[in-house]
Design a protein around this ligand. Structure first.
Ligand code: WTA
Length: 650
């Protein structure tokens, strides 16, 4: 077999060719090591500033950081106008591929500038001013990117809500941010069929006093409900606006966007990012980790703009670097499993960034599908969202990368804003399954309960795992949780308060060369196909059903999705025995309250839940049950015999 080397090989150095022309060389580590702040000063200067900053970092009010103090800039200018001014207006910014085959658009940087200016003028006419919030609830259409950039241009914060979220989830986010405007589409294509999205928006904005308008992009042409005076068509409002718009410069710490993410309670957190630091690190990491050559590369990140990966590595990173990218609207199996490979072939994609769960889908579909296509343009592959299992890593390298392309396994979070731990593709000798080491300029450690750094691993035998912490501030760090500074401190900064470190919520261990192996979340956040969902959110959706008295949810290991949601519910006596379809109803309830992606894989109706004497549900033990393991220590349970009943119900 041709792939034997990738199967047995344990480390993968970059080829001499790749290393010779790589954007980042080993010097970058030395430079950052010598003077971290001078290093970030230099990275920030890759951007165009209106007023220069006078100080790189002000950490006096930790954990509330100020980066690039006193500097002013406009993010949209940096992502669009300056490339046009540099003579690259004719370069393609976006090759957009719609889900229906044949639906495509090509947008150059000059055209993107016109679109963003028109949208900025239209939003201004609607009364939006710097500091306002706009909810964007859209599939992957070019207008979604235009809308984000138009907000950025005006200093208006966008809050993008994944279009797979339910009306209830959208409503909670609109309400928390007190958004004035929702930008959406009439409908979206999902596996070949148009489905309304506007209906969900109507349900979500009902009774929300903050909402003044709903701006609707015509995507599918389906019939939708309409509220005169409130609802506006994008093609009537934006299309006629002027393409002239002067960007205003905003302070480096002016808020750029909110992005809601799951935490350990049922209430999603509005993670807040600001202007100068976020763009600096997004641009720097995109340039060096993906080794982009804007003149020649065709980059494709398969994420959705509803998640942070779409924000940083579809919108702000690539556009700030002036690259050409592919944006695809649909699902990977539409109309069949060849779609991604056809797109790679059609546009000559050179850099491909995706999630392990998708790599595992491709593995399941088999090698014959990629073998039917010419993938030889690919020169770099990326992974994000969850630990990539070594088997999937090797398959990715062999089948996508012809056993020659480097793979960058990038660890980061909504909160970190951009990549923190990753190989540099022209420097690092990678190991399948490890995100390797912190990037130049970034500091991370794995520590024990008391904050002592763990030792590097040994050749044989696993090292103990510990907590992954970020022990120094970084430019694209979150600046807070919207409206809740206390929750910000408590969530991230109390576990190692004495040391002043950020605790990421992940467990990790060191390998023998000191490289980092991220093991996954150790809090009550689950990771389903790279999507963050908290156990508390799903529990609260379940107990919202009239028949449920109590619910406990755990994430169990799943070969395909990384983790899968397993729920244990106690029914109210009124519901017991009555409704045979209760499990289906509960799954539907979760889809309605959160999203279809949060539907439990398993729901077990049980007579009791395992609790400690203080009434805390022992999720650890439920995980043991869900994963079919021997039970761990049950001595703190009030009634260890509950497990017989739970097992019997499985
Ligand atoms: C997990 C996605 C291992 C991790 C960018 C983190 C990863 C959470 C990796 C953040 C990776 C992300 N290796 N685990 N390369 N990338 N994670 O906020 O548990 O959606 O805390 O950001 O995903 O998820 P979020």
């Amino acid at each position: 077999m041709s792939d034997t080397s990738a199967v047995t090989q344990s480390t993968f150095p970059p080829s001499a060719d790749f290393a010779a022309s790589a954007n980042a060389t080993a010097d970058l580590y030395d430079e950052a090591e010598r003077d971290r702040l001078a290093f970030w000063d230099k990275q920030a200067k890759r951007l165009s500033w209106d007023a220069p900053f006078t100080e790189v970092l002000d950490w006096a009010e930790a954990p509330f950081a100020k980066w690039f103090v006193g500097g002013t800039l406009n993010v949209a200018y940096n992502c669009v106008d300056r490339h046009v001014e540099a003579g690259n207006g004719d370069r393609v910014a976006i090759h957009w591929e719609g889900e229906p085959v044949g639906d495509q658009r090509t947008i150059t940087y000059a055209e993107l500038k016109d679109e963003v200016c028109k949208a900025a003028n239209a939003l201004t006419d609607l009364g939006l001013v710097a500091g306002d919030r706009v909810a964007i609830y859209m599939p992957m259409v070019p207008e979604a990117i235009v809308a984000m950039l138009a907000c950025a241009r005006l200093g208006v914060m966008h809050s993008v809500v994944f279009a797979g979220f339910s009306a209830t989830a959208l409503k909670a986010r609109i309400n928390d941010a007190e958004a004035k405007l929702v930008i959406t589409v009439d409908g979206q294509y999902r596996r070949g069929k148009p489905a309304s999205l506007k209906d969900a928006v109507d349900e979500a904005v009902d009774g929300e006093d903050s909402i003044e308008h709903v701006l609707v992009v015509r995507r599918t042409g389906i019939d939708i409900p309409w509220t005169e005076g409130r609802d506006l068509w994008w093609d009537e409002t934006v299309a006629g606006a002027s393409t002239e718009h002067s960007p205003e410069a905003f302070d480096a710490e002016h808020p750029l966007f909110l992005l809601y993410t799951s935490g350990t309670t049922g209430k999603p957190k509005g993670i807040m990012h600001t202007t100068g630091g976020y763009l600096t690190q997004s641009s720097y990491t995109h340039f060096n980790v993906f080794d982009v050559k804007p003149e020649t590369d065709v980059y494709w990140c398969t994420a959705d703009i509803g998640w942070v990966t779409g924000h940083t590595y579809i919108v702000y990173g690539p556009l700030s670097n002036g690259v050409t990218q592919v944006v695809y609207e649909g699902t990977p199996a539409s109309p069949d499993e060849h779609r991604h490979f056809q797109i790679i072939e059609k546009y000559g994609v050179t850099i491909y960034y995706t999630a392990p769960t998708l790599v595992r889908s491709f593995m399941k579909w088999g090698r014959q599908i990629p073998a039917d296509h010419d993938l030889s343009t690919l020169r770099l592959l990326g992974s994000v969202g969850e630990p990539i299992n070594p088997e999937a890593w090797r398959w990715y390298r062999t089948v996508f990368g012809a056993d020659r392309t480097p793979i960058v396994d990038t660890w980061w979070q909504t909160e970190t804003g951009s990549i923190m731990i990753s190989p540099l593709p022209g420097v690092t000798e990678t190991k399948p399954g490890s995100a390797m080491t912190p990037l130049p300029g970034i500091s991370a450690k794995i520590v024990d309960d008391d904050g002592n750094q763990l030792e590097p691993g040994t050749e044989h035998g696993e090292q103990p795992s510990g907590y992954l912490v970020l022990d120094k501030p970084w430019p694209s760090m979150l600046r807070g949780i919207w409206g809740d500074p206390e929750r910000f401190k408590e969530t991230y900064w109390t576990r190692f308060a004495e040391q002043g470190w950020y605790f990421a919520g992940d467990g990790a261990r060191y390998g023998k060369d000191g490289e980092i192996w991220v093991l996954g979340r150790i809090d009550d956040v689950m990771n389903i196909s790279g999507h963050r969902i908290s156990t508390a959110e799903v529990e609260s959706a379940l107990v919202g059903h009239y028949g449920v008295a109590e619910a406990a949810v755990v994430g169990a290991t799943d070969d395909h999705t990384g983790q899968a949601i397993c729920a244990f519910v106690i029914l109210k006596s009124s519901a017991k025995g009555g409704d045979e379809n209760i499990v289906d109803e509960l799954r539907a309830e979760v889809a309605k309250e959160i999203s279809p992606i949060a539907k439990p894989r398993e729901i077990h109706v049980v007579p009791e839940l395992p609790k400690t004497r203080s009434g805390k549900i022992m999720r650890r033990l439920l995980r043991d049950v869900a994963e079919g393991r021997e039970l761990g220590d049950t001595s703190t349970l009030v009634d260890p015999s509950v497990f017989e009943a739970i097992r019997a119900s499985k």
